[in-house]
Each structure stands twice: as C-alpha cells, then as structure tokens.
Design a protein around this ligand. Structure first.
Ligand code: NAD
Ligand code: ZN
Length: 342
C-alpha cells in the first residue's frame, strides 16, 4: 500500500509502497479515505529534538483520519465491513489506576497512532477495535477526519462551565477556532479570541467570536472594556502554547477564574505571575487528548445538533501532493488541511 513514511532519521517524509498492516483478533483494519495534518506531523517532518526522541524509524505517520472498515478481528464486536469510522488515536493500557477508574485520557502508558505505532497517512491503518468510533451518516468525511483535534477542542472547551460566561481563547489555530464554535454553540456570553495571524482571526469571527484580536496591535484588556465587561474573563482556554498569551490571559481573568491549558509550550519560559494565580484564586487545568469516550459522544452529539466547524477546513490536497500540503500548514495561512487517500 501507499503510505507517508518517516523513512530516515532526518528532515523529510517519503511517500512509499509498504506492506499493509496485519491485524490481530482485537483489531480493525481501516481503509483510509481522508486525513488531516496536525502540528505533531510538522514536528515529525522537521525531525526536531522531540521527534528524534519519540518516533521509531521507519514508520508511517499521521493520526487524524477517517475511512471505512476493511477487515475485522475475530474478537471485535459492533462494527461492520464498509462502515464509515474514525478512531481515538490514543491507545491506553486498561490496567493502570486511571484506566481502571475510567479516566483513560490519563493513562500512564498511552501509545499514539502515528507517533509510537504505525499511523494513518496510508491506504490502510490497523486500530484496536475498542478505539473505533462509527461516524453518523449526517457527518461528512471532511468533518470526520478532523474529529481528533475537534475532540481536543471539545475536551478543553467543556472542561469548565461556559454557559453565560465570558471566555478568552488564546490561539486561533485549528483547535482554538473549533473551541470558539463550541463555546458559541453551548451558550457562552462574550468570546474573545487572540492570535497574531489575521487569516486565522477572520475565521474566528466567522465561527462566532465577538472579538478576534491581533495582540501585536491590540490589547486584550482594552477589548474587555470595549465589550462592556466590568471585571474580567470567567474562563480561559489556552490554545497557543505561547507564554505571553498565557500571561495576558492570567492578567485579564476575574477572581475565581478558570483556565484550561491545552497549548504545549515551545519553551517552559512562560512569564507567569504566580501572585495573580494565588490572589485571584485561579484554577488551572491541564488538558491532554480526549476523554474516552465521553468527548467523542459529546462532539458527535453537538455536530448532529448544529455545531458547524466546517470553516476551519481551508485546503484539500491529494496524498501525492503532501509536500505542498505541509508547506501550506507550515506557512500558517491555513486552518485544517485535508489529504485525500482515495
Ligand atoms: P497551532 O500551532 O496551529 O495554533 C497556535 C496558534 O497560536 C497559531 O495560530 C499562532 O499564530 C497563535 N499564536 C502565536 N503567538 C500568539 C500569541 N502571542 N497570542 C495568541 N496566539 C498566538 O496549533 P493547534 O493545532 O490549533 O493546537 C493548539 C495548541 O494545542 C498547540 O500548542 C498544540 O501543540 C497543542 N495541542 C495539545 C494537545 C493536548 O492534548 N494537550 C493536543 C493537540 C494540540
Ligand atoms: Zn492505563
């Protein structure tokens, strides 16, 4: 089969013919139809320090995908050949304390598809049956292939109650954009989104932000007063991984505010004012992955009742044109970029 492979321990990706994955009795073989590109894939392509430490070579990469069921292991129940599916890309041990307590997103032995084991940028991918998520008919293939990052957005946006609350979202990357649409869908009052990228900020406005501001030319604090806010933000969703953004967020939170942290810092040198956290009584919640499988349940339910994140998908490419697709993602003038494998 055709697959996008990290074939050598150096910068680059290679579209190669490799063997189809084998499936065990508990696995499902998915014929991949569409995939989307994540920041993680850029790190793997660039072969940075994290990728060198993490990615086995050679290996097919990619974890955001949808397709149809091509083969089913003997022990797997509840799926049918030809069914449209996506899958949870985190495979958990089922034995650690958190797994056994039903907190599988906190498993201490999480393994990632396309990171620690062969990925979905390929014509076929093997996935444990328990990770397979059937796609309702009224959800398109495009939306189905971005359920992994939509799940990150859902997990983060729903980690605190935002109904009637004023929300600040730092970072209008694909996940910040989808979180904007979710906060609007579930009934936040004001939603303010920050970034330094006007292309993405325009999409944030389209997805329901009351203000989408470029922090290079506008202050978050001024925006609060413009909107008529009197005290500060109630809920913050950090989705940039940039220290300055977290600092601005902490500064503009109301006392008792709640912050969910999804963004992964490029460095750990965030200029955080601990006094603000202490004296304002802020709650900080780190977010990893998606709840298994409550996040999947909720995001599919929201998609079926009017949540529309389609504006986040800005580009489509055939898998053969992956180099162009990666260049578009790297340049930042994009939301989600979809690769077609059919
Ligand atoms: P992304 O890199 O596309 O988006 C980050 C955005 O932050 C960009 O649009 C960038 O322009 C913007 N930004 C830069 N400087 C800023 C500033 N000073 N203020 C506000 N915004 C600024 O990433 P994404 O795919 O949308 O993911 C969002 C974040 O979540 C990333 O840090 C990613 O690594 C992380 N992530 C975490 C998990 C998890 O499980 N915790 C999963 C997926 C992604
Ligand atoms: Zn576990």
């Amino acid at each position: 089969m055709k697959a996008l492979v990290k074939a050598k321990p150096e910068r680059g990706l290679w579209l190669e013919e490799i063997d189809r994955p084998e499936i065990g009795p508990n696995d499902v073989l998915v014929r991949v139809r569409k995939t989307s590109i994540c920041g993680t894939d850029l790190h793997i392509e660039a072969w940075d320090e994290w990728a060198q430490r993490t990615i086995p070579v050679p290996m097919a990469i990619g974890h955001e995908f949808m397709g149809t069921v091509a083969a089913i292991g003997d022990e797997v129940a509840g799926v049918e050949i030809g069914q449209r599916v996506s899958a949870e890309g985190h495979i958990v041990c089922g034995r650690c304390r958190n797994c056994q307590a039903g907190n599988r997103h906190l498993c201490i032995r999480t393994v990632g598809i396309g990171v620690n084991r062969p990925g979905a940028f390929a014509e076929f991918v093997s996935v444990p049956g328990g990770n397979i998520q059937p796609i309702p008919d009224d959800i398109s293939d495009d939306i189905a292939c971005i359920l992994d990052p939509l799940g990150n957005a859902t997990h983060t946006a729903l980690s605190f109650n935002v109904v009637g609350e004023d929300v600040v979202i730092t970072g209008a990357g694909p996940i910040g954009l989808m979180a904007t649409a979710i906060c609007r869908h579930v009934g936040a009052r004001f939603i303010v989104v920050t970034d330094v990228n006007d292309f993405r900020l325009d999409i944030a406005s389209e997805l329901g932000a009351d203000r989408a501001i470029n922090v290079e030319s506008y202050q978050l604090e001024d925006t609060m007063w413009d909107l008529g806010m009197k005290e500060g933000f109630d809920v913050g969703l950090e989705m940039s991984g940039v220290g300055a953004a977290l600092h601005d967020m902490i500064t503009t939170m109301n006392n008792g505010g709640k912050i969910a942290l999804l963004g992964i810092p490029e460095t750990d040198a965030a200029p955080i004012d601990w006094n603000d956290i202490v004296f304002k009584g802020l709650s900080l919640q780190g977010i990893y992955g998606r709840r298994m499988f409550e996040t999947w349940y909720k995001m599919l339910a929201m998609l079926e009742t009017g949540l529309d994140v389609s504006a986040v998908i800005t580009h489509h490419f055939a898998a053969e044109d992956f180099e162009q697709a990666f260049a578009v993602v790297r340049a930042g003038e994009a939301g989600k970029v979809v690769l077609d494998w059919t």
